[in-house]
Design a protein around this ligand. Structure first.
Ligand SMILES: [Zn+2]
Length: 302
């Protein structure tokens, strides 16, 4: 608001208004208005100076021109959870007109932490590590990169994302930047509404676990990302960073042990370029939480 009002054009409109205003008959009024005028001109010149400084980008303009993409699913009764978890529940407390004549609605929800589009805090698979509310804000954002493994992963539901997949991306774009949010597009987001195709089984409960088939990160790649690169988080479009057939959850254990955070059940990764965007990922701030629903957006600025 201050920026808009102090821009030279706006200042010029205000000058015109002051000079054409018919009630400028008294000296004190003129003095008062002149002092406003001087203040506006000073502010306008300061703003212009800020815009012209090359090392200070105009973030407002970048944000306005950028394309914002929502990478989160809605939560409803069909939201995908781990087969042994309870489904998401959203119940009506009140919906309608009150006896005082105004409309009012309020609902309540119950949910496990690790379903739908959600965030894993390091405590999820590593003792004494950060719980959700302790993950610093600085780790909830960063330059985004997309590693597209869909061609191989759609052919093989047990596909393990390998170091080679990351090296292939780096051969095209250079080293994954420090503080990056790495997103892996497996192509499985297209099956989200079809539980059997998405998870490999329609079963729920413990008997579903051996039947899970979907791609995930290899232990080798989890080690490489943790030790050879300096990233903030890794996310993908499947239910788990470990592949469906995993028995030891090594990707989770390695990433959490190295204080990295994980995003699962992402959507719209297909719409993202391989690079040239920024990620903001804000989980619900559950005190002591190991995971939480996540609202995540990509800001494409190129
Ligand atoms: Zn999780």
């Amino acid at each position: 608001m201050i920026m808009a009002e102090t821009e030279p054009e706006q200042a010029f409109i205000r000058i015109k208004y002051f000079l054409s205003e018919p009630n400028c008959n008294y000296n004190f009024t003129i003095m008062k208005k002149l002092s406003y005028l001087i203040a506006i001109i000073i502010l306008a010149s300061c703003t212009q100076k800020t815009i012209e400084t090359p090392e200070s980008p105009d973030f407002l303009e970048i944000f306005h021109k950028a394309q914002w993409i929502d990478l989160s699913y809605e939560f409803d009764e069909n939201t995908v959870y781990w087969p042994t978890n309870a489904p998401f529940k959203h119940d009506t407390v009140f919906y309608g007109f009150t006896d005082k004549g105004y409309f009012y609605s309020s609902f309540k929800y119950t949910a496990e932490e690790h379903g739908g589009t959600h965030f894993d805090a390091p405590i999820h698979f590593s003792a004494n590590k950060n719980t959700i509310e302790k993950v610093p804000l600085s780790q909830l954002k960063g330059p985004g990169v997309v590693i597209n493994v869909s061609e191989e992963a759609l052919k093989d539901p047990d596909y393990l994302i390998s170091v080679k997949d990351f090296e292939a991306w780096e051969a095209r774009h250079g080293q994954i930047p420090d503080g990056a949010i790495v997103l892996v597009y497996t192509g499985y987001e297209q099956y989200y509404q079809d539980r059997e195709k998405y998870l490999g089984t329609n079963l729920t409960g413990p008997e579903a676990i051996p039947e899970l088939h979907f791609p995930g990160l290899s232990a080798e790649a989890a080690n490489w990302l943790s030790e050879k690169r300096n990233i903030h988080a890794i996310g993908l479009d499947t239910q788990s960073i470990d592949y469906g057939q995993s028995k030891d959850f090594m990707a989770h254990r390695i990433l959490c042990n190295n204080d990295l955070t994980v995003y699962e059940n992402l959507t719209n990764l297909k719409k993202l370029p391989e690079t040239g965007f920024y990620i903001i990922a804000l989980p619900m701030k559950i005190k002591g939480g190991s995971g939480a629903p996540l609202r995540i957006v990509a800001i494409i600025y190129k």
